[in-house]
Design a protein around this ligand. Structure first.
Ligand SMILES: NC(=O)c1ccc[n+]([C@@H]2O[C@H](COP(=O)([O-])OP(=O)(O)OC[C@H]3O[C@@H](n4cnc5c(N)ncnc54)[C@H](OP(=O)(O)O)[C@@H]3O)[C@@H](O)[C@H]2O)c1
Length: 194
């Protein structure tokens, strides 16, 4: 089985965006050192327009070949006229309202979200699945998540969109690695205890 990895940016107090989900306050921490790390370790998590702008569009996928995101997260790209924000990956967008996919590279998951994700995990591939968010989708898929990669930026928000929109339930993870950066950012990798 390949892994479903929730790879997410958050504040020190665990929020992935402001109360509406806007995460732009975190962009300031993607400085030269941090971007260099992302490009070297997780180039496929950088959306296609950013890869083109930074002239790294030819970098091969290292960790993931598939991305799963909720319609609200996908909507951010759609609003910019981008129908395939991760054109270098197989893209799945969960939505009961979008209907037909606006892009041939994007497949809509309208029902049986957990079953579809389990089927993706069961595929024979050397690369894993990038769960992009947001909180709603991650909350529904929490039992399927095998790995967390949490990019924590040195800000406290007080309130905002949580990492998971789900009920109270304790799930244990094992810390696998930690990496710190000059600007105070921290990236922690956790694997799920099964
Ligand atoms: N900090 C970060 O790294 C990061 C990363 C990603 C996203 N975000 C933020 O997260 C925010 C969005 O998060 P969110 O929690 O509001 O929404 P979301 O999880 O991105 O998307 C929710 C939508 O997904 C669809 N959906 C959910 N469950 C489904 C199911 N079981 N079957 C089919 N479709 C399903 C529904 O779409 P329909 O309404 O169309 O049915 C639902 O409205 C954005 O503002 C973004 O900035 C932050």
């Amino acid at each position: 089985m390949r892994k479903l990895t929730y790879y997410i940016a958050c504040s020190i107090d665990g929020f992935i965006g402001d109360p509406e989900g806007d995460a732009t306050a975190m962009y300031a921490f993607v400085d030269e050192e941090f971007f260099g790390f992302l490009a070297a370790e997780y180039p496929e998590t950088i959306p296609t327009p950013g890869r083109r702008q930074m002239k790294i569009d030819d970098l091969p996928n290292k960790r993931f070949d598939t991305v799963v995101q909720g319609r609200a997260s996908y909507e951010l790209a759609l609003k910019e006229g981008i129908t395939s924000p991760y054109a270098h990956l197989r893209e799945y967008v969960a939505s009961r309202t979008l209907g037909e996919s606006p892009d041939p590279n994007v497949e809509i998951i309208a029902d049986d979200l957990v079953g579809r994700v389990r089927a993706l995990k069961a595929e024979d591939s050397g690369l894993d699945i990038y769960l992009c968010g947001g909180a709603d989708l991650a909350g529904q898929l929490v039992d399927e998540i095998d790995e967390l990669i949490i990019k924590t930026y040195p800000i406290v928000q007080g309130s905002g969109m949580p990492m998971f929109a789900s009920g109270f339930s304790i799930t244990e993870f094992t810390l696998e690695s930690t990496r710190t950066f000059g600007n105070g950012a921290l990236v922690r990798n956790y694997s799920r205890k099964r």
